[in-house]
Each structure stands twice: as structure tokens, then as C-alpha cells.
Design a protein around this ligand. Structure first.
Ligand SMILES: [Zn+2]
Length: 314
């Protein structure tokens, strides 16, 4: 799942965005001991996370280095690398961005939130959880988009990631936050049921930093968690509208000017002021089928059952 966890002090020093030409290397598998990359760190991590000191497996493909520090098998690790190569092709066909290479990915045991984090030497790497032997595959594309597009205002980052993910796999029911319903349909629901959150709040960085998914035993979303879920969706719908109506160049100029932590309202405020009402009106007027939240959200999870009840009750 898709929250960026980037230590804020770090992020400031990073180049943005990453613009490194993709090499055209031969596609193939490599397999090496973890020691080649950084034994100390690996062993520390394995000790902490897995309780053992076994070597990590590394799968190298054209554009990815996937380090398996988890209980996933080598076959699963290869499958992750293969899936990522496919996602990267789809992504670079849709967005005029060059990906950094190689992109580092780590599979780690634990129920943490999938996230892109600052990589040693600049850029970002992807940390993907493995729970009970299952890789969080549905989060791979979202985190990949963060790595390729680089740091910006969190609302722009998450909006772009959710939108582009949905554009590439619109019907994947496993992808947070939209779970297969279009972000436009969700936003139309918020407008109609009175839950709409103004974009000035959505694009404030703290809108995205809640820990609902890190609390597996929580029986329901808190108010802040509900807001966070909506923030991902509204940001994505707004970014989708901007790309369709204002265009990539203007969007990307603002994306590059905004920072993760800076006084972004001066940069993104003009976009919100100029287009929020137009975008909302376009959603209200469009005939977009909207499914009830209970038919879309993974309501077997009590948190989402709570969310569905809240959204469908009004
Ligand atoms: Zn994200």
C-alpha cells in the first residue's frame, strides 16, 4: 500500500527528479550473495527482521535489482522482478519520464506499509513487505511510480502515483485506495454524500501521513485515516483532470518546483484556485457510474467495513 515514508530531513537533499537514461542491457537473471552490496546492513536487517543471518538473494534484471531479505522464495523474487519490468514498460509508455537504473527493490518480512524511501547515493528505493510468504504485489506499481517521478509535494506525488497506477491497471481490485473503482467515481461520491474535502487540505503534506494500515488490529479508521484515504483519491482525480486539461508540461513544471516539505502553497495554490471548481463541476456533470462503497472496498477488513458504512450511509 502506498504511503511514502521519507524522512523529511533527507528528502531535501535529494535530486529531483531522477533523470537517468535507461540502459539497454541484456535481459537475464543474476544471483549473488548479499555480501556484494552491503553485508553489514543486510545482516543487521536480517537479524532484526527475520531473526536469522542467512544470506539475502539478489535477482538482477535489465532495470531492477531485487534483494530478497524475506521468507519469499527465489521464484517469487524473480516473479517480482518480472512484474516490475512489465510495469516499467507500461509506465514509460504513458508518462514522458526516464527511469533511474538500476532501481533497487527490497523484499522484507513484516506487515509494514509498502513505501519508497531515499536510497543511498540519491534517488529512491522500494521497500515491499512479505506477509506469511505473500509479497504485496499490488503495491509494486504505485511505489515504482514514486521512484520514477521523484520527490515533490506529497499531494502531487500520491495523486500522480494513484492516477497512473489506475490508468495502467484500472480493474485491479487489490490496489489501495480505489480498489478498482475510478478515482473520478469515488470523488463524485464524496461530493454527493457531503464527504468532499477541499483541495487546500488534501494538498497539505500531513493529509497523507496516517498509519491506518500499520495497525492491523485497529477495528476502524479514525477520522484522520478516513481523510487520508480520501486525500489519495481526490488528489488522483485532480491530477487526472490536470493532465487531461492543462497538460503534462505545466503539471510537470509545478511538480518539479514543489518540494516534499517546502511552502508549497505558493507553487501549487494557483492550480488549486484556478481549477478546483472547474474539475468538481466536470465530475458533477459527467455521467459516471458510482458503485456503493460496500461493493468495492475490501470489507472483510473491519477498517474498510467501517469506511464503507460511513460512505454509504448518507
Ligand atoms: Zn504513495
Amino acid at each position: 500500500m502506498p504511503i511514502i515514508i521519507a524522512p523529511l530531513s533527507y528528502a531535501r537533499a535529494l535530486p529531483q527528479p531522477n533523470r537517468v537514461t535507461m540502459p539497454r542491457a541484456t535481459y537475464g537473471w543474476g544471483y549473488a550473495g548479499w555480501d556484494r552490496i552491503g553485508p553489514r546492513r543486510a545482516h543487521t536487517t536480517l537479524d532484526t527482521v527475520g531473526g536469522t543471518t542467512r544470506r539475502a538473494e539478489i535477482v538482477t534484471t535489465t532495470n531492477f535489482v531485487v534483494q530478497n531479505r524475506s521468507s519469499a522464495t527465489i521464484e517469487q523474487t524473480r516473479a517480482v522482478a518480472e512484474q516490475l519490468e512489465g510495469h516499467l514498460v507500461a509506465l514509460t509508455q504513458r508518462l514522458p519520464l526516464e527511469a533511474p537504473s538500476p532501481i533497487q527493490v527490497r523484499l522484507i518480512d513484516g506487515g509494514f506499509i509498502p513505501h519508497a524511501a531515499p536510497a543511498p547515493g540519491g534517488g529512491m528505493l522500494m521497500n515491499i513487505p512479505v506477509v506469511d510468504g505473500n509479497v504485496a504485489k499490488d503495491s509494486l506499481l504505485h511505489e515504482l511510480i514514486h521512484v520514477v517521478s521523484g520527490f515533490s509535494n506529497v499531494g502531487l506525488m500520491e495523486g500522480l502515483a494513484v492516477h497512473a497506477d489506475q490508468a495502467i491497471q484500472p480493474h485491479n481490485r487489490g490496489v489501495f485506495p480505489a480498489f478498482g473503482q475510478s478515482v473520478d467515481a469515488w470523488t463524485k461520491m464524496f461530493i454527493d454524500n457531503g464527504h468532499y474535502v477541499p483541495l487546500s487540505r488534501v494538498f497539505a503534506a500531513k493529509a497523507f501521513f496516517t498509519d491506518a494500515h500499520a495497525r492491523p488490529n485497529a477495528s476502524e479508521f479514525s477520522e484522520g485515516d478516513v481523510f487520508s484515504w480520501q486525500a489519495y483519491i481526490e488528489a488522483a482525480s485532480f491530477v487526472r483532470w490536470l493532465l487531461d486539461n492543462v497538460g503534462w508540461e505545466e503539471f510537470w513544471r509545478v511538480y518539479q518546483e514543489a518540494s516534499l516539505t517546502g511552502p508549497n502553497y505558493a507553487v501549487i495554490g494557483p492550480l488549486l484556485d484556478a481549477y478546483e471548481d472547474v474539475w468538481k463541476a466536470s465530475l458533477s456533470q459527467a455521467s459516471i457510474p458510482v458503485l456503493p462503497a460496500r461493493d468495492v472496498l475490501p470489507v472483510r477488513d473491519p477498517k474498510f467495513a467501517h469506511l464503507a458504512a460511513l460512505m454509504d450511509s448518507e
